[in-house]
Design a protein around this ligand. Structure first.
Ligand SMILES: [Zn+2]
Length: 55
């Protein structure tokens, strides 16, 4: 799993939950990176990546 923004290179990424999907976004420039799996979500939790719920 890549933890760097593919646009600006920032490592400040966060996850936004959108229904059943979870998007990985850059916290610096806001660029969407990828949809992440449940397994990757566990990795994000472990790494302390911020997870935002969106309705
Ligand atoms: Zn970025």
């Amino acid at each position: 799993m890549n933890y760097k923004c593919d646009k600006c290179g920032s490592e400040k990424l966060f996850v936004e939950e959108q229904g059943n999907r979870r998007g990985l976004y850059c916290g610096e420039c806001g660029k969407w990176q990828k949809w992440i799996t449940k397994q990757e979500l566990q990795v994000c939790k472990f790494k302390g990546i911020k997870i935002i719920k969106s309705n």
